[in-house]
Design a protein around this ligand. Structure first.
Ligand code: ATP
Length: 268
């Protein structure tokens, strides 16, 4: 069996008496788009925080391509290839869109931010390359023309795309997206879907997608893990998950259920 791009083993996070993530096992295969869904408060964001190293688990392990990264901090995990976006957009408000993306490239530059600020010649050429790369990433997410703007001048949906460009600037192998479609209209969601597919297929990125928009999740994902009360209640392809009785009953409603199952239930 191939080593998972990302594996969670018995991952548990308690906040005082509240167990937000409870013995979660999950394996994300290399090159797949893996959905993580569940009702409000089921532990999705906490799971992303545990994967990205913003939170330390109470128990359990996070493995990146077979390597145990549970003891590594968030910055180390970025360098190892895990990048993320946030449910609540976290951009530098006083930096341009381009500089927001550029700032994320520094973990990848050899000498780091201080040397770049000192502006040695070697650093200047490295900075030029990083600037070109950042512009390419903004083009990729469709925002090349907004590079000089401040994030606050962009509609909310586009700010989410800047966050994706910024995550890409760290050169990840695994990209964690926390509700990227929040605040997007249907046309913007279609563009987001196309972007996720492109990142996955053309750039070989493994993606973990936390998202409430079930239509987007069902279209974007190869496999889906369903959480409730911090535990896995179902896992499988979109087809399998949307037919899962517990999922249909608890989370998706009949709207997303398999049409044949819906007809059987209604006696049609
Ligand atoms: N830092 C924290 N301190 C205490 N409790 C927390 C903390 N973070 C999350 N929780 C609790 O853990 C549970 C899981 O929260 P989490 O945000 O992971 O759920 P979620 O599935 O992402 O929800 P949503 O879909 O609403 O974003 C919730 O009961 C939440 O109140």
């Amino acid at each position: 069996m191939t080593t998972p791009a990302l594996a969670l083993r018995g991952l548990t996070k308690a906040f005082g008496g509240l167990v937000a993530v409870d013995g979660l096992d999950m394996a994300v295969r290399p090159g797949e788009v893996h959905g993580l869904i569940g009702p409000n408060g089921s532990g999705k964001s906490t799971t992303l925080n545990l994967i990205s190293g913003l939170l330390r688990p109470t128990r359990g392990q996070v493995l990146l391509e077979g390597r145990d990264v549970t003891g590594q901090g968030a910055a180390a995990r970025v360098r190892l290839g895990i990048a993320r976006t946030f449910q609540n957009i976290r951009l530098f408000r006083h930096l341009t869109v381009l500089d927001n993306v550029l700032a994320a490239t520094y973990p990848r530059t050899r000498a780091g931010l201080l040397a770049v600020l000192a502006r040695t010649p070697a650093m200047r050429s490295e900075e030029e390359a990083a600037r070109r790369r950042s512009l390419e990433l903004l083009d990729l997410v469709g925002l090349g023309r907004r590079a000089a703007d401040l994030p606050g001048d962009l509609p909310y949906a586009q700010q989410r795309l800047v966050e994706i460009a910024r995550a890409l600037a760290t050169g990840p192998r695994v990209l964690l997206l926390d509700e990227p479609a929040a605040g997007m209209n249907p046309a913007e969601k279609q563009e987001l879907l196309a972007l996720i597919r492109r990142l996955n297929r053309e750039f070989g990125l493994t993606v973990v997608l936390v998202e409430h928009d079930m239509s987007l999740v069902m279209q974007a994902c190869d496999r889906i893990t369903v959480l409730n009360f911090g535990s896995r209640v179902a896992e499988g392809t979109p087809q399998e998950v949307r037919r899962h009785p517990e999922v249909v009953r608890a989370y998706l409603g009949t709207r997303f259920a398999d049409p044949a199952a819906r007809e059987a239930r209604s006696g049609a």
